[in-house]
Design a binder for this molecule. Structure first.
Ligand code: SF4
Ligand code: SF4
Length: 369
């Protein structure tokens, strides 16, 4: 059983909000902030986490574009390395070059590069800069030539969804280890543009991606941090149900359970997509936030979920995306609007068992299986 009092397993840290690109769905401002955490503050924070959180296994460094603060990034990663913690890097790939590749190879477990299209036209449009696609591909090639582990990540929207499967072809051609997908969520600039992927389209794409995962096994991993993957992947669902005691929250949306997010100025949030401020590492003790935050205490307990999530038998392994729930209903505990249990319940295709003795809504929803 996972011991919550031993702290998070994964810490997500934004090194900067500055970026050399300006993606239309991004949560970062793309501008430098003079109040950003200084290197000594970050080192002190990392030492604190190592001492206080015996569960801590890995850190994901993102931004903005973390390579904008290249010198600090490598100092931070060197320190993480010395602590025996795994380091993952999220980057747009355009600043990877012959000068910094050796350090990336040495310190980073997996480099995740965003490719929001399988063509320069789509990617550059979303990323707001001509040439961004080719530079990202150069970065990927350089990493692969140096035998570094590479994931590419696509944030699905109405602009790029037609290229979701072309990205798999590109990834196979390049020889990256995995392709990772998520949906555009209502934070940052994404709130300004109405590019969220249609729920039904997303449902079909995610389901097909989960099928492709088995077809391509051994050649390419297809991954998603979307809690809904468990809904779309029948095999995974059966494995989880057979293997684990699902009376505790073991998967899906995990802020406050295994994860926490610290932004570039030290603000603490449940995850990168939930703008609910829990404190700041300059003023507050992260261990106290982790153990005592009223919001984290509430979100950990999935009995607090509402709507379709309230009685769903996958609640503990999925839990729905809380950020998506907030975006749609203004309530972090509402149902995930992208789950077929939510958006199809009003249609004739969806049937909910009225079995009085069951405390869960019984699956399947007729369209998923
Ligand atoms: S109803 Fe909620 S918990 Fe159940 S599968 Fe859908 S999003 Fe996940
Ligand atoms: S709220 Fe959404 S984005 Fe945040 S951890 Fe949960 S699933 Fe991921």
């Amino acid at each position: 059983m996972f011991n919550l009092h031993k702290g998070p397993k994964f810490i997500h840290l934004d090194l900067t909000a500055a970026c050399n690109l300006k993606c239309i769905h991004c949560r970062a401002t793309s501008k430098p902030d003079p109040n950003e955490l200084k290197i000594d503050e970050i080192i002190k924070f990392l030492d604190f986490c190592k001492k206080e959180f015996p569960n801590w296994e890995a850190i994901l460094i993102g931004g903005g574009e973390p390579l904008i603060r290249e010198k600090d990034l490598f100092n931070v990663m060197d320190h993480i390395h010395s602590l025996g913690i795994k380091c993952y890097l999220n980057t747009n790939g355009t600043l990877i070059n012959n000068r910094n590749i050796a350090k990336i190879k040495k310190f980073v477990e997996i480099t995740q590069i965003s490719l929001d299209g399988a063509t320069p036209e789509t990617h550059d449009y979303i990323r707001g800069k001509k040439g961004a696609f080719n530079k990202a591909i150069e970065g990927i090639d350089l990493l692969l030539r140096n035998k570094a582990r590479v994931y590419v990540r696509m944030t699905l929207s109405m602009i790029n969804y037609l290229e979701a499967f072309d990205l798999i072809d590109l990834a196979l051609k390049k020889g990256v280890e995995a392709v990772s997908y998520y949906r555009t969520l209502p934070v940052g600039r994404a709130k300004k543009y109405n590019i969220y992927i249609d729920k039904r389209i997303y449902h079909l794409i995610l389901k097909e991606l989960m099928r492709q995962k088995y077809i391509l096994k051994g050649k390419l991993d297809i991954v998603s941090s979307d809690p809904l993957k468990v809904v779309m992947d029948g095999r995974l669902k059966m494995e989880i149900l057979k293997k684990y005691d699902i009376s505790e929250s073991i998967g899906g949306c995990l802020p406050g359970i295994t994860e926490i997010f610290i932004n570039n100025i030290g603000n603490v949030y449940p995850c990168t997509m939930m703008p609910i401020l829990l404190g700041n590492i300059r003023k507050n003790n992260l261990k106290e936030i982790w153990n005592n935050s009223q919001f984290l205490l509430k979100i950990r307990d999935r009995k607090n979920l509402k709507g379709s999530c309230e009685k769903c038998f996958l609640q503990r392994v999925c839990g729905g995306c809380r950020a998506a729930a907030f975006g749609e209903y203004g309530d972090y505990f509402a149902e995930d609007p992208y789950c077929p249990n939510s958006f199809m319940k009003k249609t004739h295709r969806y049937k909910i068992s009225k079995h009085k003795k069951s405390k869960f809504i019984t699956f399947p929803c007729q369209s998923c299986y």
